[in-house]
Design a protein around this ligand. Structure first.
Ligand code: PEP
Length: 249
């Protein structure tokens, strides 16, 4: 039995006020008993978020991390620093970083390994562009992205990775994959992992991301291979994010 995870990626948005509003709303919210919740705020809000989320079910995530532990990397933040602030999850391979900052599979892998060695749970984002989907290449692209990473991990490390399927054409566009489209790809990811180990595949936590909101979450989350959501825009509205969490029971 897999525990659902609802993760909110604030991207370069948010404020101290928003952090506090989430802390207040989640302090006494009625949530499904077996649910994990994580918020990924921008770095400057991590400390305030740690304090505001204390006593709530919300765990902290980082939107990226540098592969190195420390050193001459101006502007970067390492896994060990994030752990000092109580960060438990780290996004790697988000399409905005793959596209805007030219992060390729090798770099994504280095960041994921850094998250693992810092004791965090990496959330590996994979997904196809609209052009790739239209060309019938969705499964090739997604399984190549997953396969590149999995081939470089030890069996025990594979069990510690969460995978988020995020079709690039659905991120921030208001155009959600249909539950059937998402289910097809996510079942293929689970089947791919079963090629390594059936037990690993059964335990793998798979998130859907791409314009998930309070209206479409329940239908997506009802799919057998969708264990949770990675939510962007709707995670900036307390009521909407809470409603998504409540539909993950
Ligand atoms: C994301 O950035 O991971 C995301 C899914 O964004 P949105 O929900 O806004 O599409």
């Amino acid at each position: 039995m897999r525990t659902p995870l609802i993760a909110g990626n604030w991207k370069m948005n948010g404020s101290t006020e928003l952090v506090e509003a989430f802390g207040r709303a989640f302090a006494d919210a009625a949530l499904p008993a077996a649910l994990k919740v994580a918020i990924f705020p921008p770095f400057p809000y991590l400390d305030a978020a740690r304090r505001a989320f204390d006593g709530t079910p919300i765990r902290l995530g980082a939107q990226t991390l540098n592969p190195l532990h420390s050193g001459a990397r101006t502007g970067e933040v390492s896994g060990s620093m994030l752990r000092e602030f109580g960060v438990e999850y780290a996004l790697v391979g988000h399409s905005e970083r793959r596209q805007l900052y030219r992060e390729g599979d090798r770099e994504v892998c280095d960041r994921l390994l850094a998250a693992l060695s810092a004791g965090m749970t990496p959330v590996l984002c994979v997904g196809e562009t609209l052009e790739e989907r239209d060309a019938g290449r969705t499964l090739d692209v997604v399984l190549r992205q997953v396969g590149f990473i999995m081939a470089r991990l030890e069996p025990e490390q594979r069990t510690r990775v969460v995978i988020a399927y995020e079709p690039v054409w659905a991120i921030g566009t208001g155009r959600t994959a249909t539950p059937e489209q998402a289910q097809e790809v996510m079942a293929a990811i689970r089947a791919y992992q079963a090629g390594y180990d059936r037990e690993l595949a059964e335990g793998l936590c798979l998130l859907y991301g791409g314009s998930m909101n309070a209206n479409n979450a329940a239908e997506l989350l009802a799919q057998p291979d969708i264990d949770g959501g990675l939510v962007g825009g709707a995670s900036l509205k307390v009521d909407d994010f809470l409603a998504i969490c409540q539909s993950a029971g």
